[in-house]
Design a protein around this ligand. Structure first.
Ligand code: NAD
Ligand code: TYD
Length: 360
């Protein structure tokens, strides 16, 4: 494979995947296709935008004719599909946009790939990036002990049981990808990953939102009692897993990717508060008073926890960072890159797109 289409490369995880592929594979042509929704930010890729093996294309994955043109124009033989609407709270308010992009957009991309490859599957690959949220919620059977907070984990054979409009749309897209393998023989792979954290995450998600609010002395809205559990993985470890699976993963397989790193939200939030205070030179406890319990998210899944042993066993991938190290690196990055965060929270980053593209 030489010409790789990465969708959603201007977003959080996508920008790390694009950077890794551009750096590691100078012999490939990396085409980053992104619509630049509110979550897409080309500032995430400033360090690699001038590389000869990198091309950016602004397009909407739902635009089937445009997808067909692009597959032909760049002679695409590998796809790593990350473009999606990704925030659960937004999906609760606006489910249509999630069905459009995540379901219809994925279908349009699959159909364009099928049209271009025309049954010649040799050397082709369609790799779809998905989430552990499609599996639904696990019970907290050991809520008061140390992690793991329950006896069960999501494995590759766990039945799909999505609860939010976001996870329902991702589940649907996963089914379409598998259907294209089963029906037409397209070489597909699906991976389901746990919560990512790290640099360049849009500050609507828990970790960057809270770092930003602490910095600005604003309240930290904890949903419900803060007892929900998530399994956190450093984003560069996810990008590394994607590299390994794209090149060596078995066709038609599913791989779960996770950190074996469960945290109750409230415990994680306390670590974030402590770390931001320490690295900002504030006395211990300075920002603890910002923690504010608010109404719970509708349909809030109790616990996610991934069993990623299959990936370890088959392809030797494991998370490289301990959580303490990852969170320290992450907080430090946001504090060292205040202008990145400020340009988003002030809306300044919109001006760039308006000048370049006439708005979003
Ligand atoms: P993100 O919201 O940061 O980025 C999504 C990107 O997709 C943005 O650049 C956006 O402009 C682009 N996009 C949205 N709609 C588009 C469209 N119609 N056409 C073209 N581009 C479009 O998301 P993220 O957190 O980086 O997640 C990337 C992928 O990984 C998603 O598929 C998500 O479901 C999956 N995932 C995310 C996590 C996580 O913790 N963030 C965990 C597991 C899986
Ligand atoms: P989030 O980062 O939105 O990821 P996801 O919902 O995909 O897991 O949220 C992580 C957890 O933090 C989730 O249990 C919801 C909770 N949360 C809050 O308590 N307050 C907030 O302001 C946000 C954004 C999330």
């Amino acid at each position: 494979m030489k010409n790789i289409l990465i969708t959603g490369g201007a977003g959080f995880i996508g920008s790390h995947v694009v950077r890794l592929f551009v750096n590691e594979y100078p012999e490939y042509r990396i085409v980053n296709l992104d619509k630049l929704t509110y979550a897409g930010n080309l500032a995430n890729l400033k360090d690699i935008e001038d590389r000869p093996n990198y091309t950016f294309v602004r397009a909407d994955i739902c635009d089937y004719d445009r997808m067909c043109e692009l597959f032909a124009e760049y002679d695409i033989d590998g796809v790593i599909h990350l473009a999606a609407e990704s925030h659960v709270d937004r999906s609760i308010k606006d489910p249509f946009t999630f069905a459009r992009t995540n379901v219809m957009g994925t279908l349009s991309l699959l159909q364009a790939a099928k049209n271009r490859w025309n049954g010649e599957w040799e050397g082709k690959r369609f790799y779809h990036i998905s989430t552990d949220e499609v599996y639904g919620a696990l019970e907290l059977t050991r809520p008061d002990g140390a992690a793991p907070y329950g006896d069960e984990f999501f494995t590759e054979t766990t039945k799909y049981d999505p609860h939010s409009p976001y996870s329902a749309s991702k589940a649907s897209s996963d089914h379409f990808v598998r259907a294209f393998h089963d029906t037409y023989g397209m070489p597909t792979i699906v991976t389901n990953c746990s919560n990512n954290y790290g640099p360049y995450q849009f500050p609507e998600k828990l970790i960057p939102l809270f770092i930003n609010n602490i910095r600005r002395g604003k309240p930290l809205p904890v949903y419900g009692r803060g007892e929900n559990v998530r399994d956190w993985l450093y984003v560069e470890d996810h990008a590394r897993a994607i590299d390994v699976i794209f090149h060596r993963g078995r066709i038609a397989e599913t791989y779960n990717i996770g950190g074996f790193n469960e945290w109750k939200n409230i415990d994680l939030i306390k670590v974030i508060v402590k770390t931001v205070d320490r690295l900002s030179g504030n006395p211990e406890g300075h920002s603890a008073g910002l923690i504010t319990y608010v109404a719970d998210r509708a349909g809030h899944d109790a616990r996610y926890a991934i069993d990623s042993n299959k990936l370890k066993r088959e392809l030797g991938w494991e998370p490289s960072l301990q959580f303490e190290e990852g969170i320290e690196k992450t907080v430090r990055w946001y504090l060292d890159n205040e202008e990145w965060m400020d340009s988003i929270t002030s809306g300044e980053y919109e001006k760039y797109y308006t000048e370049m593209y006439g708005g979003r």
